[in-house]
Design a binder for this molecule. Sequence first.
Ligand code: SF4
Ligand code: SF4
Length: 367
Amino acid sequence: MEYRKLPHGTEQLSALGLGMGGIHVASPEEIEAVVAKAIGHGINFFDLCAGGGSVYAPFGRAIRGRREKVCFQLHFGAVYDEQGEYGWSRDLEQIRRTFDWEMGLLGTDYADFGFLHCVDEESDLEDLRKNGIIDFVLGLRERGTLHHLGFSSHTPAVANKLLDMGCFDLMMFSVNPAYDLEKGDEYGIGTTAERAALMRRCEAEGVGISVMKPFHGGRLLSEATSPFRRALTRNQCLRYCLDRPAVLSVVPGVRSLADLDELLTFPDATAEECDYSAIAAFTPQEAAGNCVYCNHCRPCPAGIDIGIVNKYYDLALAGDQMAAGHYDKLAVKASACLQCGHCDSRCPFGVRQQDKMRAIASYFEGK
Ligand code: SF4
Ligand code: SF4
């Protein structure tokens, strides 16, 4: 399992995490078994916006005795009625009661990440402020009950407003090739450029991203439902998300042990199995010529990691002060390019990498 460090913290999050949004359909025994098995396979990061209140008690049993091995994000604004039905609230008292109830069932006195839930409209942000919910979570963080603050959003413009506040260490954002290429649904908000700029901003500011909806609600997995009329595999989608700037962990939802077993093939999947360059066939004209860091063009005879070199370059151009430092640490830099043309001939996105390598070497190395 790969782990990625939270920039503003010491936590190392598993690149493959798990979402609990659909598992309420399983029995409590199966929920507990899923969480225990996931932890046993190195998954240490969980999104606890549960689709039903029945998830918290078995989750708590599964982490008992190994709390320090697990990180989770709790959502302030996701609430449950007496039947355990999920709901959505901006009422401080209801949110406070839900938080206390969740912590009791989870058997812990802290949450790793406290999230403002589903902040999609500017009016959501206003309500969170006005109703004292932002002050409430800031207070919990000050007391150490929350180790970090985060938020979930589907809207780049609103996410940028939240980032302006400067108090968040993690953002949950919906990412998949359909959303990024403007072929999604109501959760894939923003243009290709706006979404890319938001992710680069997060990377530059040290705000990690946890990814929701990596399979576009399952639509990308079937030719019949994919907006591209071509299916991708789960492992291709997971790799795609993990190659985006600032992404620390992807948290696909599971409903059963069988779902978990499918996801657990990811850590051992080969580079070929995860190669998502097939999306080039449905990349719109205006997005062609941009490197998506997929590394389909490897191997480079000079040993350049073409995807990562391009990512640092794009981040630096977007104002990321740390990108040059990351680039400096690379063992093989763009100046090693032999101008052999192999990558140009392999790239399905029409990137002219020979020219790009010259530009990158000049930018970072003055060569
Ligand atoms: S140059 Fe093309 S094939 Fe190579 S990493 Fe970039 S997008 Fe992928
Ligand atoms: S052109 Fe340069 S970057 Fe591309 S494969 Fe050849 S040596 Fe590597």
